[in-house]
Design a protein around this ligand. Structure first.
Ligand code: SF4
Length: 371
């Protein structure tokens, strides 16, 4: 049974179900209290949070939460907290300025050779640190048929667009029928070479990865799946099976992770996550520095902390397990790697290079070129 509304379930299934064969999504503060995911005395504050930012905790995610652990890294990502009501002056409604680069609804065109296509603004779960938190949620408008026609026409009329990144919201929440239609239309645009999906579905709603879904995504072009995952405990047995289905069906997988205080901001936790991903045949792609989304200050680290963590990883895990640590420059100026750096130019034109143990060495180019 698949049921997205806990209140429609028989009473006996509204509490945690030890048989764990029911699927639901918790969407209100009252439901979180009923499931002992927040204390009753927090109800009013969490209701205030829910008026600003959507809540969704899928049954799969609920199963991964350890309610007795106040510092549970899964709960921290999905269970709202009163800290979200605090907005600092540097936080923005649209931290990476999607709106400024939206020529037609559903398209974000920031770099010449690629666009984001956002067909839907809902997700299987709502992450408490989401950089699009002001835009996603049940009340948000998804693309209607005419918007989708215009978005695909925008792509078709620009031969420089080589890659289309389906994001949202979570595009894999769409029905296989709708996805098949989008994919076939992209397949018919000759200059589109690559389609990429950004999704939380394999970890948050793995049961949605059906054969029908896999068939819908198959086209005559490269299709990549980029999994958003932040902690090794998200990689449950079900999530691993869902990812294996994608890979075994011919979809290469990458991952993206957000660096989050209280979730993964230590080298051991990141190492466990990246090793597990590589063992699942998923290449860690990006480690994102936390964006300046409103009400997310409690999750953010400094860039110095992020660089130090990357430095620690450099010494302990293979290059296969190392994502690029990136910052999305506020204002929509794009993503840039933010280090750490291992190379410094010296006055004599040579370089000082630091090895993974922190020792410095001199390197001289054997070929002269302008710097
Ligand atoms: S799944 Fe992605 S778009 Fe949806 S809430 Fe999480 S981070 Fe935001």
């Amino acid at each position: 049974m698949l049921n997205d509304d806990i209140d429609k379930l028989p009473a006996k299934h509204r509490a945690n179900d030890p048989s764990r064969d029911q699927r639901w999504t918790l969407r209100t503060a009252a439901q979180l209290v009923a499931h002992e995911l927040i204390a009753e005395d927090m109800l009013e504050q969490i209701e205030a949070v829910s008026r600003k930012y959507a809540i969704a905790v899928s049954s799969q995610i609920q199963r991964l939460i350890e309610p007795s652990d106040d510092a549970d890294p899964i709960a921290a990502q999905f269970i709202p907290s009163a800290a979200e009501l605090v907005t600092s002056s540097d936080e923005l409604e649209d931290p990476i300025a999607d709106a400024a680069y939206t020529p037609t609804p559903g398209i974000v065109h920031r770099y010449p050779d690629r666009v984001l296509l956002k067909p839907v603004h809902v997700c299987a779960v709502y992450c408490r640190f989401c950089f699009r938190r002001e835009m996603v949620g049940p009340g948000s408008k998804s693309l209607d048929d005419s918007d989708m026609d215009n978005a695909l026409e925008y792509i078709a009329s620009r031969p420089e667009i080589w890659e289309v990144v389906l994001t949202g919201g979570d595009p894999l929440i769409l029905s296989p029928r709708r996805l098949r239609s989008i994919m076939q239309r992209l397949d018919n645009i000759p200059h589109v070479g690559v389609v990429r999906f950004h999704s939380r579905v394999p970890v948050a709603k793995p049961e949605a990865v059906t054969q029908e879904l896999l068939d819908a995504l198959k086209i005559n072009k490269a299709v990549y799946i980029v999994l958003h995952t932040n902690h090794v405990r998200e990689l449950s047995h079900e999530a691993r099976l869902a990812c294996a289905k994608f890979i075994d069906s011919g979809f290469p997988m990458l991952s993206q992770t957000v660096l989050l205080r209280g979730v993964n901001a230590d080298a051991t936790t990141l190492e466990q996550l990246f090793r597990a991903l590589v063992a699942m045949r998923i290449k860690p792609y990006y480690l994102h520095h936390g964006d300046l989304a409103k009400g997310t200050r409690h999750f953010r680290t400094s860039i110095a902390e992020g660089r130090q963590l990357m430095r620690e990883l450099r010494g302990t895990v293979s290059g296969l397990c190392q994502p690029t640590y990136v910052l999305d420059i506020p204002g929509g100026h794009g993503k840039v790697p933010v280090g750490p750096e291992y190379l410094r130019r010296r006055e004599d034109g040579a370089y000082t290079v630091e090895d993974y143990l922190g020792k410095s060495h001199i390197y001289r180019d054997s070929v002269d070129t302008a710097d």
